[in-house]
Write a protein that binds this ligand. Structure first.
Ligand code: ASP
Ligand code: MG
Length: 269
């Protein structure tokens, strides 16, 4: 059965209503697929955790990562519970349970390994795995975080590890735009662009996706789709250059001077 990885950002899981909406999207996809769903914390939660850390002026990197990554346990637990109420075979998984092994660079940890055999076993027993983004565990068993906005990178790394056919990143914008649609009403949504173009955009400050997630997708030739959990329209595909059939779209994008691009902010929370 086809395997799709979906990632929902903080604004997409920002309330129980919104998590129910995510469950609706998942239910539709489950008709003909198995799913791995990666979540961020509910919007605002990670910021709140950072405020607590700042308030006690903690320099304790082990504790800080434990605190920072706690919001994902809540969103993952809530979504999986809602799915089970709908009789969907779902399991909530934190980073250490898979495990997602990282190096020990707290707050900017790099993923070293993801246990594919374990994930395959879970996929045998369940139709939907709900996985906490942004977190991992180092070889000493300490909880690590990947850096703010890092759940995109979790989603792409998991998708690459299990050979998913695509990774859909749901956010609060319905795709990648040539200019900020909030400032320019005629801004056009880009249907398809190459990894390189997406990377160039993020290097000039357009923070739709966590940069490392795009690099990782490019390295693994994994197609990404950026789309909205509200509008339910087709989003923007980020693909290998060779997969760009509609060449005129590419050149259209390339002719835009990236330094003038302003894109909607990400759902970094
Ligand atoms: N919750 C984390 C953050 O706010 C990770 C993420 O949202 O991607 O940075
Ligand atoms: Mg984000």
């Amino acid at each position: 059965m086809a395997l799709l990885v979906m990632k929902f950002g903080g604004t997409s899981v920002g309330s129980i209503d919104k998590i129910n909406n995510v469950a609706n999207i998942i239910e539709k996809q489950l008709i003909d697929k198995k799913l791995i769903v990666v979540l961020s914390a509910m919007s605002g939660v990670t910021n709140k955790m950072q405020e607590y850390i700042d308030e006690i002026e903690s320099n304790e990197i082990i504790e800080n990562d434990l605190i920072l990554t706690s919001g994902e346990a809540v969103s993952v637990g809530l979504l999986s519970a809602i799915l089970k109420k709908r009789n969907i075979k779902s399991i909530p998984l934190l980073g250490w349970q898979i495990p997602i092994i990282t190096d020990s660079n707290h707050q900017k940890a790099k993923i070293l390994n993801i246990d594919k055999v374990r994930i395959d076993k879970y996929l045998n027993d369940y139709d939907d795995l709900v996985v906490a983004g942004f977190q991992g565990v180092d070889v000493d068993g300490k909880i690590t975080s990947l850096g703010r906005g890092g759940s995109d990178t979790t989603a792409v790394a998991v998708a690459a590890a299990v050979d998913a056919y695509r990774c859909d990143i749901y956010t609060d914008v319905d795709g990648v735009y040539s200019t900020d649609p909030n400032l320019e009403p005629k801004a056009k949504k880009i249907d398809k662009l190459a990894f390189e173009e997406m990377l160039e955009m993020s290097s000039t400050g357009a923070k739709v996706l966590h940069t490392r997630s795009v690099e990782l997708a490019m390295k693994n030739n994994l197609t990404l789709q950026v789309l909205s959990s509200i509008t339910k329209e087709r989003g923007t595909l980020v693909v290998d250059e060779n997969k760009l059939i509609e060449k005129e779209i590419v050149s259209g994008v390339s002719s835009v001077s990236y330094t003038h691009l302003t894109l909607p902010t990400s759902d970094l929370v």
